[in-house]
Design a protein around this ligand. Structure first.
Ligand code: HEC
Length: 134
């Protein structure tokens, strides 16, 4: 009986197995991996984002995204044009907040069932385009 093929497989497994936990760690928690914005911040993208914002977000965050007063049910929605980002300032962080909302109260509701990913990125591009320069 020729054991060589078995030996080769075992050797290959031994070589790759140290990397396995790393692969699993990278895939097991997708929220931890930095998300890259796949949508270029073109004029079309920011214009589309502006429309989506006006339709869905302005009621709470204000027409200029400078924050809203809140009411009996919902606390004041933060200014999205300043450089204070309580839940992360990268494109990927902002994408996550819009898509999944802010737990545990979800005063900022998740939009994943209402907006396509591309439109969420368009809103991210819009918000970045109106960010106040320091
Ligand atoms: C019902 C009111 C409401 C609506 C509608 C709403 N938001 Fe929010 N949003 C909030 C509140 C309140 C918070 C603060 C949540 C917290 O920190 O617990 C928030 C937080 C955020 C944050 C995080 C800001 C930071 O400092 O990290 C982003 C980004 C955001 N909203 C974007 C949007 C976008 C884009 C839309 C529209 C698609 C939207 N919101 C619609 C109420 C709202």
């Amino acid at each position: 009986m020729n054991l060589r093929p078995v030996f080769t497989i075992v050797a290959a497994l031994m070589l790759t197995s140290p990397a396995l936990p790393l692969v699993i760690a990278a895939q097991g928690n997708p929220g931890a991996a930095p998300l890259k914005n796949p949508v270029a911040a073109s004029a079309e993208s920011t214009a589309a984002g502006k429309q989506i914002f006006a339709r869905n977000c302005a009621t709470c965050h204000g027409v200029n995204a400078e924050g809203g007063p809140g009411n009996d049910l919902i606390p004041a929605a933060p200014d999205l044009t300043d450089d204070q980002w309580d839940h992360g300032s990268t494109d990927g962080d902002i994408f996550n907040v819009i898509k999944n909302g802010v737990p545990p109260e979800f005063n900022m509701i998740p939009w994943k069932d209402k907006l396509m990913d591309t439109d969420v990125w368009n809103v991210v591009n819009y918000l970045k385009s109106i960010a106040k320069k320091k």
